[in-house]
Write a protein that binds this ligand. Structure first.
Ligand code: SF4
Length: 321
């Protein structure tokens, strides 16, 4: 994949991909192993709300393996075996993906994280997806403690946008200030940070999206994950779509906005992922995501080439390129 490469000095980097950054760190192929540890979410269990975020499909925006009775160890061993055989993966990062993975008492968190990390000798790190309002000093101390044993420890915050009015519209029940506070606590402990961002949120245009990108640069996020908003079955967003209250982005608009977003990020920021999750069977809109999902990255590369730009080209903050 075209991205950052140190092998060819003439090679112009377009964006810093997660796989490339892991190869630089570990010198081999590293894959994330997604797990469902059976956590819930305060935005679904009635603590903050019972409806969930506008786009959340009640499976925690990912596969709900836990409900099928698969233990943490089984999930990890099975996924590692597949990654080794199919993709020649050598090292692995356990990715606590489903729902809110710091939403439990500290003893429960420690038991789950410890269990996962001990499952296989080729595990080199942990990445924990959560809501910014679900961390505190004690939980982050626990997460930071894994840095003594593992070279990669990351926390992935579901931010989506920096705009509080949008966060309110999507029923997020938290504010940008919650994210800033969680980020400060994480950075104080040198935990690697990643923010999940959504492009195509209701009533957000290019300006709002670029303001979010600029904030990521300003707050020096170590990484971002860029999603294009999709409506999945049984979500409030699917109802919005069917009532004509939300119009999904076209394929070409998505490519253009993804490139705009990445141009505003500093070159050091790792792009964990472009596009997003969601099983095609459950997709309601946009339907192009079914056939064209694999074309997103090649098209992003084409668009950068056409523009003669790359990650950091329009970054307002320090970039080493
Ligand atoms: S915070 Fe995550 S799991 Fe909870 S409702 Fe929102 S998208 Fe779903």
């Amino acid at each position: 994949m075209l991205s950052f490469s140190e092998k060819d000095p003439q090679f112009m980097p377009l964006y810093r991909s997660f796989h490339e950054s892991m190869r630089n760190l570990f010198g081999c192929r590293v894959y994330k192993i997604s797990v469902d540890a059976g956590f819930d979410c305060p935005n679904r269990d009635g603590t903050k709300s019972s409806g969930g975020c506008l786009f959340c499909d009640a499976r925690g925006s990912s596969s709900r393996t836990h409900q099928e009775g698969t233990s943490l160890q089984e999930q990890i061993l099975k996924n590692i075996a597949v990654r080794k055989q199919r993709y020649k993966g050598e090292k692995f990062i356990i990715y606590f993906q489903s729902f809110t993975n710091t939403y439990a008492p500290i003893e429960v968190l420690q038991e789950k994280y410890d269990t996962a990390l001990k499952t296989h000798p080729d595990i080199v790190g942990i990445s924990i997806a959560t809501r910014p309002d679900c961390v505190d000093e004690e939980k982050l101390d626990l997460i930071a403690s894994y840095q003594k044993t593992f070279p990669y420890v990351c926390i992935e915050y579901g931010l989506q946008t920096i705009h509080d009015t949008t966060l309110q519209k999507i029923n997020r029940h938290e504010n940008f200030s919650d994210f800033v506070h969680a980020l400060e606590l994480s950075k104080k402990r040198t935990i690697s940070t990643c923010a999940h961002i959504i492009i195509g949120l209701p009533e957000e245009g290019r300006q709002e999206i670029l303001e979010t990108a600029d904030a990521m640069a300003q707050y020096a996020l170590d990484g971002v994950k860029i999603h294009v908003l999709v409506a999945m079955k049984n979500t409030p967003l699917a109802d919005y779509y069917q009532q004509g209250l939300w119009k999904p982005l076209s394929f070409s608009a998505s490519i253009s906005l993804i490139c705009d977003f990445i141009e505003h990020l500093p070159s050091e920021c790792v792009i964990h992922r472009i596009a997003g999750n969601g099983h095609p069977q459950h997709l309601i809109a946009p339907l192009w995501m079914k056939e064209k999902k694999q074309e997103i990255i090649p098209e992003v590369i084409k668009e950068f080439t056409k523009r003669s730009t790359h990650q950091g080209s329009h970054c307002l903050f320090f970039t080493s390129l």
